[in-house]
Design a protein around this ligand. Sequence first.
Ligand SMILES: Cc1ncc(C[n+]2csc(CCOP(=O)(O)OP(=O)(O)O)c2C)c(N)n1
Ligand SMILES: CC(=O)[C@@H](O)[C@H](O)COP(=O)(O)O
Ligand SMILES: [Mg+2]
Length: 638
Amino acid sequence: MIIKPGELLASINSPADLRKLKPEQLLQVSQELRQYIIDVVSIHGGHFGASLGVVEITTALHYVFNTPYDQLVWDVGHQAYGHKILTERRDVFHTNRKHGGISGFPKRKESEYDTFGVGHSSTSISAALGMAVASKYKGEDQRQHIAVIGDGAMTGGMAFEALNHGGVANANLLVVLNDNCMSIDPNVGALKEYLTDITTSRTYNKMRDEIWKILGKISKFGPDARAIVSKIESGVKAAILKQSNLFEGLNFRYFGPIDGHDINHLVSVMEDLKHIPGPKILHCLTTKGKGFALAEKDQTKWHAPGLFDKITGEIYKKEYDTPQPPKYQDVFGHTMVELAEQNPKIMGVTPAMPSGCSLNIMMKAMPDRAFDVGIAEQHAVTFSAGLATQGLVPFCNIYSTFMQRGYDQVVHDVCLQNLNVVFCLDRAGFAGADGPTHHGAYDIAYMRCIPNMVVAAPMNEQELRNMMYTASQEDMGPFTIRYPRGEGVMPKWRTPLELQQVGKGRTVQEGEEVAILTFGHVGNYAVDVCQKLAHDGITPGHYDMRYAKPLDAELLHHIFSKYDKVVTVEDGCLQGGFGSAVLEFMVDNGYTSQVKRLGIPDAIFEHGSQLELQHEAGFAPIDIENTVRELIGVAVKV
Ligand SMILES: Cc1ncc(C[n+]2csc(CCOP(=O)(O)OP(=O)(O)O)c2C)c(N)n1
Ligand SMILES: CC(=O)[C@@H](O)[C@H](O)COP(=O)(O)O
Ligand SMILES: [Mg+2]
């Protein structure tokens, strides 16, 4: 279906077109931009509330600043849909996040307006500062550099590292703080409270009122009195703010808070800011989901709602006649509560993904034992380490891709001290539509190489529960459990909790000629493949290895003694991953089987459905089947 933009929006292909309009036309542009986002996202999916919330900020920025010469950096980038539409991508916006389509995040190779590739949070100020310092070095004094960062992203440590540097770098940097009091879930922490506090700005407002009272009294001394007192006020403001405003204290000039939906005011303030050199911050108050009532009301649900009816607001859900398997994240969430009810030492930690990883179930049931610590992966890991030093057993749930942020903390704070922290890495493997910034490709490799770390992956819900139970036992040390985005395979998943032997795999079926060794959920692909191959009289063995570290040496000796053809399958990078571990075992033990490793090769995979990407990488079911056929010299299927 072709979605038509409004009349004015249809005439804007690039910001240059936008800048030809009169200021009084910008309200209409914003309205049409908002409507276009609603129209397209309702049919094609994607992030929703965040982009609606910055429609006016986006329009004003491209109107006032000379993009792409002036450099605009978005934080995370899930709110940049309006930016994409205004910057030459309106007519391909319906391909957003689809295989072969445009990316859901700003991406340098997609557009010159996308100055910096994003997806992970809290990078914008650092990147924009780097650009600003480069401009200064090159003598481009008039060039503007703008970072747009949300209040959630501002909770990330990197943002503060950048402010710390930006305050003394003497570079031309504007930070637009888009404060909607929301992360994906409600924003948390003292910074959030601080932002609310300066929004009400009691100290400054009180002082200003006092001054104007004095002004009233001394105005009889002549017409210049007002100007003089106004000057005094600026001085007092600077002094007060320096002491009471965090950003002023870091040498950023602070402006605001202003209404981030008042397009005309935004334009006039930004025009002024263009002429103020040095580091400055514009604090804008916005509403996530602005202009779509349901999204304003339930902002977490409408962060990325899936497809929906834009008139009724009904979010489409697939209907099934039979009970369906749960999402792995929900098995995690419910099992946490179950384990914590039995074991008072268990705690839950998430850096800003309570609804994404389902720790919100435990946060609701046991609020004093489960924590959302903000977008702060490094802190989440070391905070968990601290809990573990006191004999508690923290389960620190971090999406595989975001765990990359906390890697040094895993090595230095957890593994070197052999602390009992359980890392549950959700969204391991291909993330799907979010694309390369979000694929959980590297965790098997980066966790496997750290001494003391156990690396496990469940093939189904029961295994996830048992691994969590096993990992929670006394003195287990660092323990990683990785599982993918989406559903498992067991509609009846509330199985009794059983201890596993760490490092022990499971024989799914013995076979002949070829052995398929799987790690995690992709084992289910192998089950289907084996069933299909059986129709053609081909009977590979299948082993659900469960642990990439420690490996099941006994089982591997059996496999390499029996089969001279081995296929390994993992939803993770081939360099240093599970297949590499199996190869190491083979070589170290003098076996010489032919090994074919399937997984994510050494390349960047873009966005698409998980299955599309797995096929592109060569480990979808059909690829596993054909690998077995090739190995035994039987015709492959196309
Ligand atoms: C390092 C990292 N951790 C977690 C996320 C997941 N994430 C994406 S958007 C988001 C909330 C961002 O909040 P904010 O910056 O305030 O933007 P808003 O959605 O409110 O506009 C989170 C937690 C991420 N992208 N990067
Ligand atoms: C923008 C961002 O980082 C998150 O919104 C992410 O897209 C969430 O992914 P899930 O939908 O898998 O929770
Ligand atoms: Mg926010």
